[in-house]
Design a protein around this ligand. Structure first.
Ligand code: 5AD
Ligand code: SF4
Length: 471
């Protein structure tokens, strides 16, 4: 903290010669949100943000480590950055985020181009790390924290459309799913002070934002009791219990800030989502009726080896409960195929789980073994690559069929869309999402990006609803 202050004080004096920072984000929404925190820290310390990598003095890649191909992408990107360094030998290149945390000093050894390696809990230290490089050294900070939530930092909204924003509510993950590297790269789960969350939401509302998404690796496990690593509610003292805030309570606090501002959240864990959360969603019209509820597999045997701590039946019960409380609520999913020991029978169970749950969309992946995880240490990555590929294309087909069936049911219905961009195909069409998170495209007419528009659906594809606005 001390060093931040010393470094930040000359910023005013050198404002004439502000340096330029370029950030590229990879992976999950959390990383994109972190980049906005990084932007804010750097701007307090004499940097302006640029969208042009070639004029930058500092380039940060905020990386993902969840699958091997995510890291491969960064290695390829670094090769390209060689050209930037050739043109500007003073250019500082930093690798930040999960890949930095996973590889630590190895990254400096393997990628000579890299000057800074910084893990997800070290971003307050970035100005100091840059100064270290300017003094001719390589710089690294990969310490994980049990407390850091960047709570009071007001994110610098990067590449924003001024309509939707992410708000980070917690960091880390304590779940230890056996396939997942995140608990090792993002550390222990900790929740952010709700007052700072509400303050940020209020600021976004005043700035005219129309939609916010609360972010965390496992939002349903959010629990504020004064800070520090997660403690189960039952283990809190009476005093901590009285002043604690859980996710259902936080959701309500956020929803009432501005009833005209949409509230979304991600990601939910089937073991943690509660009736209280579902009832709060039902109670407030501005909380979107969509839940991202990764199942990962439809086989209880595989779920057990994945250490997901629920069964196929438990997952079905959650889906049933969601639909009992909010019949209109949509559910999306993450699925991994080809996890250690997955048989054809297990794979068929994944398919039937998808069909029965009627997911609005799914993110689907081939299992990628990650060093240091329980699966890598104790299990064998024994499903051949070609079988993984075949199973993946089978579940993609299944999901496309489900999506088309879901979408066909929307024809003739009227949905409320928040227009957030032009359609990719034509500037004459606007694009946005309805409450349930369907993508909707419609002729612009006299509507603008940022408007809520009532659209009657006329035709559909498996990915998109197409319609006309009713004025
Ligand atoms: N291999 C493939 N997919 C993975 N995910 C997490 N770890 C792995 C892995 N080792 C997927 C999960 C998770 C999503 C963010 O990434 O489905 O929900
Ligand atoms: Fe990874 Fe599981 Fe945590 Fe999600 S809940 S980040 S899959 S360990």
């Amino acid at each position: 903290m001390q060093e931040l202050e010393t470094l930040s004080s000359p910023a005013d004096i050198v404002s004439e010669t502000k340096r330029l920072l370029y950030i590229e984000s990879y992976g999950c929404a959390m990383n994109f949100s972190d980049s906005e925190i990084i932007g804010s820290i750097m701007s307090e310390n004499g940097f302006d943000y640029t969208q042009n990598e070639f004029e930058a003095d500092v380039v940060f890649l905020n990386t993902c480590a969840i699958r091997d191909n995510a890291e491969q992408k960064i290695r390829d990107r670094l090769k390209h950055l060689k050209n930037n360094k050739r043109k500007n030998s003073d250019l500082i290149i930093g690798v930040l985020g999960c890949m930095a945390e996973r590889l630590k000093t190895k990254l400096l050894e393997e990628e000579k181009l890299v000057d800074i390696v910084a893990g997800p809990d070290s971003y307050r230290d970035l100005p100091k790390l840059v100064a270290e490089v300017e003094n001719g050294n390589k710089a690294i900070n990969v310490l994980l924290s049990r407390e850091e939530t960047y709570a009071e930092i007001s994110p610098l909204r990067l590449n924003t459309n001024g309509i939707s924003a992410f708000v980070s509510i917690m960091r880390g993950c304590d779940n230890m799913c056996s396939f997942c590297v995140v608990p090792f790269t993002r550390g222990r789960e900790r929740s952010r002070d709700p007052q700072t969350i509400i303050q940020e939401v209020q600021t976004l509302s005043e700035a005219g934002y129309k939609e916010i998404t609360l972010l965390g690796q496992n939002v349903d496990s959010y629990l504020w009791f004064g800070g520090g690593p997660k403690i189960e509610y039952k283990h809190l003292t009476d005093e901590q219990k009285n002043s604690s805030v859980n996710f259902a309570q936080l959701l309500e606090m956020v929803a009432v800030v501005n009833p005209n501002m949409r509230v979304r959240f991600s990601t939910s864990h089937p073991k943690d989502i509660t009736d209280d959360v579902l009832l709060t969603m039902k109670k407030y019209d501005n909380i979107c009726k969509h839940i991202h509820l990764p199942a990962q597999s439809g086989s209880s045997r595989i779920l057990d080896t994945m250490n997901r701590t629920y069964t196929r039946e438990w997952y079905f019960d959650k889906v049933k409960r969601i639909r009992e409380i909010m019949p209109e609520c949509t559910i999306s999913c993450d699925i991994i195929v080809g996890f250690c020991g997955e048989t054809e029978e297990d794979h068929q169970e994944t398919i039937t789980l998808m069909q029965a749950s009627k997911f609005i969309f799914s993110y689907m992946y081939k299992y990628s073994e990650r060093p240091g995880t329980l699966a890598q240490k104790k299990m064998t990555d024994d499903v051949p690559e070609e079988v993984k590929s075949r199973r993946l294309s089978e579940i993609i087909d299944v999901q496309n069929k489900i999506s088309l069936e879901n979408n066909l049911k929307m024809v003739g219905k009227t949905v409320r869309v928040l227009a957030d961009s032009y359609s990719k195909k034509s500037k004459e069409d606007l694009c946005g999402r309805n409450d349930q998170n369907n993508m909707v495209v419609f002729p612009k007419a006299n509507h603008q990006i940022g408007d809520f528009v009532e659209v009657v659906i006329e035709k559909v594809s498996s990915t998109t609803l197409i319609g006309k606005s009713i004025v």
